[in-house]
Design a protein around this ligand. Structure first.
Ligand SMILES: NC(=O)c1ccc[n+]([C@@H]2O[C@H](COP(=O)([O-])OP(=O)(O)OC[C@H]3O[C@@H](n4cnc5c(N)ncnc54)[C@H](O)[C@@H]3O)[C@@H](O)[C@H]2O)c1
Length: 395
């Protein structure tokens, strides 16, 4: 099959297996080039391991610290005439590379919110790893079927209280326009909290704890975002922001339990805004990211997911380092994004961006390159005109 990008709005419905593998290799090479992360994790469970920050966490743990990893994700395999999702190919490529390097790597493809997948994960950990010393919780999902009530909750990306109008960009067509998003009702707020809040993370940690699968001193971490004033109504102060407040609540509750049981720790790392499948679906945010990339690249401080997580592990979590917390007890690797000089430069550009000057004033070109890369397109050394086998079994 010859596989080319097919972009539909904010998703690409195709993915290239060899391109995804090359993307994985780039990230592995980056982590190896940065050198070993001392006193790093040895046995790691990554929930949401196939793309974005979770994938980078898995790669950093494995290739920075030689960790064994169990990855949980929910990806669609290939079908007749249709490639799999990129996370499917990413996970196969990661697993092959890890095993070739002599590292344990195992995968579970299924709904992490369900009891069944938790049970499968516990059984694999008990059988193969004994215990885990790091749990990374990095899910980004539009829906969750609650394992107790059976109710299906759908998350929304809406403001709370009043409607919100701002500039947005259609990243595919390059059109800048104004968008108005209506506020969520109480049910929308509660549903988003049920999907993206902390309850499921707590369920995972309780299940691991009850089964005595957490190693002494175990660390649990999950990721959040705060961002600048431009996106607060749709992010920090919106439905997703409420869910993130609940995730922070869960981090504190998990921390207290870990302290009491295994002398462990749990916290949130606030990460930088980056092109991922999750962030490209949020109105306004892709325009902000396009300007952010322009300004941070000019300042020489731009990072992608792998640079962010490598820095998090090497300077905050392990390597003989202690985390630096903000006033709310969070680690901040969004620190370079939030520097006043960066935010002032973005604020100066923001009001002037139009469809006509989008390429000049923003890094929409870099955004698109990164977006396509997530699906395995635009990687050097890949012949995109060549026939390639899309049907790869999970390993
Ligand atoms: N992208 C950003 O700009 C950004 C910034 C800061 C923090 N974060 C946070 O980082 C976390 C990860 O986001 P991302 O942007 O890396 O997302 P992503 O879309 O790249 O990754 C999501 C992962 O979750 C998995 N997943 C989704 N639903 C699942 C389910 N039901 N069962 C099992 N696996 C499932 C996917 O397979 C994938 O591995 C989120 O908490 C997000 O809020 C993202």
């Amino acid at each position: 099959m010859i596989i080319k990008p097919k972009v539909r709005g904010f998703v690409c419905v195709t993915a290239h297996p060899a391109g995804c593998a090359a993307h994985i290799q780039q990230q592995i090479d980056y982590v190896k080039a940065k050198g070993p992360i001392k006193d790093g994790p040895r046995k790691v469970l990554v929930i949401g391991a196939s793309t974005g920050f979770g994938l980078s966490s898995r790669i950093t743990a494995a290739f920075g610290s030689g960790a064994a990893t169990l990855g949980i994700f929910y990806e669609r395999p290939s079908e007749e005439g249709r490639p799999a999702t990129p996370g499917w190919y990413n996970s196969i490529a990661f697993t092959q590379a890890a095993r070739a390097a002599g590292l344990y790597a195992q995968n579970i493809n299924g709904d992490a919110f369900s009891d069944d997948i938790k049970k499968q994960a516990l059984a694999i950990i008990a059988r193969d790893l004994g215990q885990v010393d790091l749990v990374v919780y990095s899910l980004a999902s539009p829906r969750r079927q609650h394992p107790r009530t059976g109710a299906v909750h759908k998350s929304t990306l809406q403001p709370i209280g009043t409607a919100y109008t701002n500039k947005t960009v259609d990243t595919d067509k390059g059109i800048v326009s104004e968008v108005t998003i209506q506020p969520a009702d109480e049910a929308g707020i509660a549903d988003t909290l049920a999907v993206m809040g902390g309850e499921d993370w707590e369920m995972w940690m309780d299940a691991l704890s009850e089964a005595k699968l957490l190693a002494p001193g175990a660390t649990a971490i999950s990721y959040s975002y705060i961002g600048p004033i431009h996106t607060w109504p749709i992010y920090k102060d919106g439905t997703i922001g409420r869910a993130k407040i609940d995730l922070e609540r869960a981090a504190k509750a998990i921390h207290a339990k870990l302290q009491a049981t295994v002398g462990g720790r749990a916290f949130i790392s606030v990460n930088k805004a980056l092109v991922t499948q999750a962030s490209s679906a949020i109105p306004v945010v892709p325009l902000y990211i396009s300007i952010l990339y322009k300004v941070m690249k000019a300042a020489g401080t731009h990072e992608g997911c792998i640079e962010q997580i490598q820095r998090l592990f090497a300077t905050q979590l392990f390597n003989g380092q202690q985390p630096t917390f903000d006033s709310e007890g969070r680690v901040r690797v969004d620190d370079w994004e939030m520097r006043p000089a960066i935010q002032d430069a973005i604020s100066a550009i923001w009001p002037h961006v139009t469809t006509e000057n989008l390429v000049e004033l923003t890094d929409i070109t870099g955004y698109r390159t990164e977006f396509l890369k997530m699906f395995g397109f635009g990687l050097p050394g890949i012949d995109y005109d060549a026939d390639i086998e899309p049907h790869l079994p999970m390993i």
